[in-house]
Design a protein around this ligand. Structure first.
Ligand SMILES: Cc1ncc(C[n+]2csc(CCOP(=O)(O)OP(=O)(O)O)c2C)c(N)n1
Ligand SMILES: [Mg+2]
Length: 281
């Protein structure tokens, strides 16, 4: 891959990804813009910030780093980033959720090169990541495996089976990013599953290294992802504190309203949303 762009270029990349997300979900009339927007900085840093070793022209390159979007309902952020990186033509974004489009509502690895795992049924992606991480160790390859899970998704028992297993095998080539946006489908995580906290302690108890970061702060995300690359004996957890809908006031200022999970922007809000994104620092 080329040298990573500077911070300003990366911020422009993130803005373009946000525009793509609101445009494609509004056009589709369905999808999860708020869940996608909270994850923009993490995927920008991974794919465009020089963290992941990958080649859009050779998506099945055996040496590539792997990214698995376990919270698969945030597919629009993955599609936007893959398109901006050149995995497929950008105008495919207009086909989101349309019949026969490879850009299904949830990522389908059989339909779209660049999608590492088919996800959407919450709870499974970290286990899939463990498979890749163990395979990399067996094959003596030095790739890293990055998995993003949701905080609501963390209610799934399989997440904790995976956490325990990765700790046992000391998978230092595995990084789990928790998109800690404090909301899930119908309400806040505090209402639905208050015992999720203390979250960092739970990961530590399963023998992971844990860092808590501001997940919509690109510099912090980049810094943390660079640090965890050097890990030697433990899997790495980044708890990324984010805002659901970040960058678009209509969504971000109303996250407590369950109406905004899995609902596209009303068409008459699109112009203001694009202005909000333009005005981001
Ligand atoms: C096994 C399973 N149960 C339920 C759902 C429905 N569902 C989709 S998104 C979601 C909420 C996820 O919340 P969170 O993980 O916090 O993601 P966020 O959108 O906040 O990033 C639910 C319950 C699902 N996709 N899979
Ligand atoms: Mg959430």
């Amino acid at each position: 891959m080329n040298n990573p762009p500077d911070l300003n270029q990366l911020k422009q990349f993130a803005k373009e990804v946000r525009r793509d997300i609101v445009n494609m979900t509004t056009e589709a009339g369905s999808g999860h813009p708020s869940s996608s927007l909270s994850a923009v900085e993490a995927l920008t840093a991974l794919y465009a910030g020089g963290i992941m070793r990958h080649d859009p022209k050779n998506p099945h390159w055996p040496e590539r780093d792997r990214f698995i979007l376990s919270k698969g309902h945030a597919a629009p952020v993955l599609y936007a980033v893959l398109a901006e990186c050149g995995y497929f033509p950008k105008d495919w974004l207009h086909t989101l959720r349309k019949l026969d489009s490879p850009l299904e509502g949830h990522p389908n690895m059989c339909k779209l090169a660049g999608v590492e795992a088919s996800t959407g049924s919450l709870g499974q992606g970290l286990s899939l990541g463990i498979g890749h991480a163990l395979a990399g160790r067996l094959d003596k390859k030095d790739y890293h495996v990055y998995v993003m899970i949701g905080d609501g998704e963390s209610d799934e028992g399989q997440i904790w089976e995976a956490a325990m297993t990765a700790g046992k095998y000391k998978l230092s080539n595995l990084v789990c990013i928790v998109d800690r946006n404090d909301f899930q489908q119908n309400a806040s995580t505090a209402e639905i599953m208050p015992s999720l906290e203390p979250l960092a302690d739970k990961w530590r108890a399963f023998d992971w290294d844990v860092r808590e970061i501001e997940g919509n702060n690109l510099e912090q995300v980049l810094g943390a992802l660079r640090e965890v690359k050097g890990a030697r004996d433990k899997p790495q957890c980044l708890i990324a504190h984010t805002v659901k809908g970040y960058g678009v006031h209509y969504l971000a200022d109303n996250p407590a309203n369950a109406h905004f999970h899995g609902i596209p922007l009303p068409k008459d809000q699109l112009a203001q949303a694009l202005k909000d994104i333009d005005n981001m620092p």
